[in-house]
Design a protein around this ligand. Structure first.
Ligand SMILES: [Zn+2]
Length: 239
């Protein structure tokens, strides 16, 4: 099983703390953090700041570090109406890497990677696009930049080698509307027993505000732990 905390940013510091404690109790330090360099353009990770030191300490404890977009929010104009619709309705505008050209995606990944690597003092383990949405520019930039690992909602792959490493949906929770909340609870209950070789579990900062959701997260880790061992994304590269 592979676990991750999404949207790691100074904006969600207290929520991320709570999620770190929670995941720690289930899988120790075998989980990944998806780090946003400057969430929505007004929550920058500043080198030398207390948050930056904490990120470095988490990385030193063996928590995997993925770059997770740059701003997270989609600030681009979409050329294709279908992309615009997909970005707006599926993600509430959070699909930053869906509409970027190759050059834009390359610049943003390079900038974000430089910042995060400076802060944590080592290479990032990979990249995950906000809302798991990748445009062609993003896909090409990741392979050109030889990023070791990436994932979307349905698979994990290595952009550096082109190898597909795992398949199957991520278990994740949504709380933006009651309908999404209830359907994510139902999906978690089914998926945690699915016969997948690799089970991925992703949690988000707003999850901590909903007791029913926290219960489902705990239940999912407990059910998965009965038959699976916690791993790291990088383990997939060695198989
Ligand atoms: Zn995110």
């Amino acid at each position: 099983m592979l676990a991750s905390i999404h949207d790691v940013s100074p904006r969600f510091e207290s929520e991320v703390d709570q999620l770190v404690d929670r995941l720690d109790s289930h899988v120790a330090k075998r989980f990944a953090m998806l780090v946003v360099p400057n969430h929505w353009g007004d929550a920058p990770i500043v080198p030398g700041s207390p948050f930056a030191s904490r990120l470095r300490a988490w990385a030193a404890q063996g928590i995997e570090m993925f770059l997770h977009g740059f701003y997270h929010r989609d600030l681009s104009e979409h050329d294709r109406p279908a992309d615009a619709l997909r970005a707006r309705f599926m993600t509430a505008g959070e699909g930053e890497f869906l509409g970027l050209s190759l050059a834009e995606a390359r610049d943003r990944i390079n900038q974000g990677r430089a910042l995060v690597e400076d802060v944590i003092g080592r290479r990032i383990d990979g990249f995950v696009a906000p809302a798991w949405l990748y445009g062609n520019g993003a896909i090409e930039a990741l392979s050109e930049l030889k990023v070791p690992l990436a994932e979307d909602h349905l698979k994990v792959w290595s952009p550096a080698t082109g190898r597909q490493l795992a398949t199957g949906p991520v278990i994740t929770w949504a709380s933006r509307t009651r309908l999404r909340l209830f359907s994510s609870l139902a999906a978690a209950t089914v998926l945690r027993r699915a016969p997948l070789e690799v089970l991925r579990i992703g949690v988000h900062p707003p999850d901590v505000r909903h007791p029913a959701l926290l219960k489902s997260i705990d239940g999912t880790f407990r059910a998965a732990s009965r038959t699976r061992r916690p791993g790291r994304y990088s383990d997939l590269l060695e198989r």
